[in-house]
Design a protein around this ligand. Structure first.
Ligand SMILES: [Zn+2]
Length: 185
């Protein structure tokens, strides 16, 4: 009996230990993210700030002309601009980042943006973020968070994409059905 009680007490300690670890981890998570964000910012150079200022100043000019949406991007490699882009109001695919990647591809003659940094007036949306991952950009520096740059309808669409990416294709909100050769005979 005594051994059983000791065993139960040991189990309770183990459960409490796991629970306490989880709670502490959860509390530390925002702090860890904040420290990481601050470190990334500290690592930026004067050139990073200069390129971002250039994107924002250029953007204001375009906005005054009423030609573009408020987004602008440049891609820089080895300190030189290799791609520029402006978000067109009329085309849902012509986001500034997409145009900048296309422009960089034209200049560099490669689909890889290894060693490149993207400076953008707004945080890339899921479509642009995917493109930046697929082209292997080194770093993204942005000014306005996407939440602040878009309305709640767009935010919810963005969230829909992020949620879909971590699900199995058959369980996404837009279901994906695979057909085999024998299904088509
Ligand atoms: Zn975008």
């Amino acid at each position: 009996m005594r051994a059983e009680i000791q065993f139960i007490i040991l189990l309770l300690f183990l459960f409490y230990g796991s629970y306490a670890t989880l709670v502490v981890k959860k509390d530390l998570e925002p702090q860890r993210i904040s420290q990481r964000s601050q470190q990334l910012k500290k690592d930026l150079t004067e050139k990073d700030y200069a390129f971002m200022n250039m994107v924002l100043n250029d953007d204001d000019g375009a906005l005054e002309k009423g030609e573009f949406s408020s987004s602008g991007s440049v891609i820089v490699k080895n300190g030189k601009i290799v791609g520029r882009g402006k978000g067109l109001l009329v085309d849902p695919m012509s986001h500034a980042e997409v145009q900048a990647v296309r422009d960089a591809h034209g200049h560099l003659g490669t689909t890889s943006l290894d060693g490149c940094v993207l400076y953008s007036s707004t945080q890339p949306c899921p479509m642009c973020l995917s493109l930046l991952y697929l082209t292997n950009v080194d770093k993204i520096v942005y000014f306005m968070p996407s939440d602040a740059a878009s309305g709640t309808a767009v935010q919810s669409l963005n969230q829909r994409v992020y949620s879909a990416l971590i699900r199995h294709p058959s369980e996404r909100t837009i279901p994906e059905v695979r057909l085999f050769r024998e299904d088509l005979d």
